[in-house]
Design a protein around this ligand. Structure first.
Ligand code: NAD
Ligand code: UDP
Length: 316
């Protein structure tokens, strides 16, 4: 499918802005809807003069713009734990009311939906690696619940619309992704460690650093999102999109220090409540369905991301 006109909610954020650029490169008209809670207009600076880009300010949990788009990428939602916990009720509204609005908007237009879900669906996973069939292990009343349960409720909403109205919706469960356009103060581990290493401050490891994550470079992720949007087929399962290469947080810290050439030390502090112990996607489904496979090794993606933050510091 070639998109004539794509609506991207959260198009000013880290992932959304990369996606917008890719859609414009592909010849689509793109409308961005963003409330700018964690997004930045600067993320779209390089395409701001493009006549195919329309940028609108608004909240996905209120209403969607009356534009004639044939696909919506629902990226709106803070993704960093400090961001989504800063306004937990707002996060839940975005996840649940925002997704209902997206589904109603799409139903009225017969538009396709590609929804950004998350590996947090699996919570502190009971199975490893995580496959789409796993139901997850989430604390429903903890500080991460506004996001985890919000995203789980959003998936429930989407699959009910699919059952009731045969809506053409695709759900991607995104695993930890990093790259240029992250905010320095975003609070996620890759941006924190790089900014700390560049400024010579200690790297802040929460817990003993033995917890794992699997890090996907943003260009690989955007290729996966595009493939999921383009395929002409009903997709009846969520699809894991991430890089299965798994690292401990301590390995990540040491790699960042080495690649930056930094003299930073490491400070250890308490592990946040409900912090998942390990996380690794099984991407068998994405590979077979989309022919997609992430190809960027951590050290290559980190080098690009370090260059980005160096340039940002030089500008500041
Ligand atoms: P981000 O915080 O950089 O971007 C989110 C964007 O959504 C921002 O531009 C923000 O201003 C906007 N937004 C938030 N609430 C909104 C609302 N109610 N109405 C309109 N706009 C709103 O986050 P990101 O890393 O780009 O994540 C994008 C999406 O991908 C999110 O849905 C997130 O849950 C999902 N995701 C990301 C990752 C990751 O590693 N980056 C992992 C799993 C899932
Ligand atoms: N983390 C850390 N130091 C930081 C930021 C995060 O040790 O400065 C840890 C965090 O506790 C978690 C992992 O790194 O175990 C990934 O955290 P992030 O917030 O990036 O993503 P998520 O927890 O949502 O996977």
């Amino acid at each position: 499918m070639e998109f004539r006109h794509a609506l991207v909610t959260g198009g000013g954020g880290f992932l959304g802005s990369h996606l917008v650029k890719r859609l414009l490169d592909g010849g689509a008209h793109v409308t961005v809807l963003d409330n700018w809670s964690t997004g930045r207009i600067e993320n779209l600076a390089s395409v701001s003069g493009n006549s195919d880009l329309s940028i609108m300010t608004g909240d996905v949990s209120d209403r969607l713009p009356d534009v004639d788009a044939d696909i919506v990428f629902n990226m709106a939602c803070p993704a960093s734990p400090p961001d989504y916990q800063a306004d937990p009720i707002g996060t839940m509204r975005t996840c649940v009311l925002g997704t209902i609005n997206v589904m109603e908007w799409s139903k009225a237009r017969g538009a396709r939906i590609v929804h950004a879900s998350t590996s947090e669906i699996y919570g502190d996973p009971l199975h490893h690696p995580q496959r789409e069939e796993h139901w997850g292990n989430v604390n429903p009343i903890g500080p991460r619940a506004c996001y985890d349960e919000g995203k789980r409720a959003a998936e429930a909403v989407i699959f009910d619309y699919k059952r009731l109205y045969k809506t053409d919706a695709r759900v991607m469960r995104i695993f930890n992704t990093y790259g240029p356009a992250m905010r320095a103060e975003d609070g996620r581990v890759v941006s924190n460690f790089i900014v700390q290493a560049l400024s010579g401050h200690p790297l802040t490891i929460y817990g003993d650093g033995s917890q794992t994550r699997s890090f996907c470079y943003v260009d690989d992720l955007i290729a996966g999102i595009s493939a999921l949007g383009e395929i002409d087929k009903q997709i009846d399962m969520p699809v894991n999109i991430g890089n299965p290469s798994e690292f401990t947080i301590k390995e990540l810290a040491l790699t960042v220090i080495r690649q930056v050439g930094s003299s930073s030390t490491i400070n250890y502090s308490d592990l946040p409540i409900d912090d998942p112990v390990r996380r690794q996607p099984d991407i068998t489904l994405a590979k077979s369905l989309l022919g997609w496979n992430p190809t960027t090794p951590l050290e290559v993606g980190l080098a690009d991301t370090i260059r980005y933050f160096r340039d940002q510091q030089a500008i500041a």
